[in-house]
Design a protein around this ligand. Structure first.
Ligand SMILES: *Cc1c(COP(=O)(O)O)cnc(C)c1O
Length: 301
């Protein structure tokens, strides 16, 4: 590992396991735990660090001085990337979907403060960027520039998730994770033994493409995983009053903050599935809190 990354990681906190004590779990004799990647770092969103670590290591060791990536105006990926680039002395360029907003989102304001160069592009251009899937693929890339596709969806990202799995010191039956690109899920699948069931929860509507994308990232054929497509609450950036009141109640009871794009939807789904008898008595579930709270700052104002 590059010394700059080792040094940065010295400031990280451990991602602990927190047991969620709920009457619902007692009633169905289910043990529910959260792995707290939201606690890893005050700024760098949990699963984004897991995915970025080995990619940036590769970029540093191949002599890159600039990382170019893409995302939306609330992107946790761009936020984590911008902060990390500044911390390790890399330049950062971000293609942003859509027109420049008159008022910067908190995410874009941070990117600007950290020296990221923002380039606003149309939705059509944004979609075109998605076809460049490897670090040298972006047309016009200069020497020392490193292209990082949307959400850090790269085979190298998977190694960071193997570290996460190694940290888990209890036995368990299910490992659950919210899905955007499915890269985090793919990393967890690669690193867990076959007797563990992996459950992904799609944050997007019509996300059946995730099955193909996750399979494509996996080096071996595995069958101990599934992606639930039913709890998108209307789409990626959408939520419902029901979801928001679930999150509020959960936060009050547990003191664990959730956001409505990813982990909030997954926890709602898990409560719903537990109450419907989806899990067997005696089973232990670990749900990954992927972080992402920075993207929810505006709603909480
Ligand atoms: C990006 C993100 C995800 C989705 O990760 P993928 O690897 O793209 O599936 C989940 N949770 C949070 C908080 C995120 O920011």
């Amino acid at each position: 590992m590059h010394p700059k990354l080792i040094k940065l990681e010295e400031n990280f906190k451990p991602s602990i396991l927190t047991k969620i004590d709920e009457p619902l779990c007692t009633q169905f004799n289910i043990e529910l735990w959260m792995k707290r990647d939201d606690q890893l770092h005050p700024v760098i969103s949990g699963n984004k660090w897991r995915k970025l670590k080995f990619i940036l290591n590769h970029a540093l060791y191949t002599g890159s001085d600039t990382i170019i990536s893409m995302g939306g105006v609330y992107s946790n990926h761009l936020h984590a990337l911008a902060y990390t680039c500044k911390a390790i002395g890399l330049k950062n360029i971000a293609y942003i979907r859509g027109d420049a907003p008159t008022l910067l989102t908190p995410t874009l304001a941070d990117l600007t403060a950290w020296g990221t160069e923002l380039r606003y592009i149309s939705r059509t251009e944004y979609r075109q960027l998605r076809q460049y899937k490897s670090y040298l693929d972006l047309p016009g890339l200069k020497p020392q520039q490193y292209w990082l596709p949307e959400g850090g969806a790269q085979p190298l990202a998977l190694s960071g998730l193997a570290e996460l799995v190694e940290e888990i010191e209890i036995s368990y039956d299910y490992l659950c994770v919210p899905c955007g690109t499915g890269t985090t899920l793919a990393g967890l699948i690669s690193a867990t033994p076959d007797h563990i069931s992996l459950l992904g929860f799609a944050a997007l509507k019509n996300a059946s493409f995730l099955n193909t994308d996750v399979s494509a990232l996996l080096a071996q054929n595995k069958s101990n995983w599934q992606i639930n497509l039913d709890y998108h609450f209307g789409g990626f950036a959408s939520s419902t009053p029901e979801l928001l009141s679930f999150i509020k109640a959960f936060e009050t009871k547990t003191n664990i903050q959730l956001e409505p794009v990813y982990t909030g939807k997954m926890m709602y789904a898990l409560y719903d599935l537990i109450s419907k008898g989806h899990f067997n008595a005696g089973q232990r579930i670990i749900a990954l809190h992927t972080g992402g709270l920075q993207g929810d700052r505006q709603r909480r104002l």
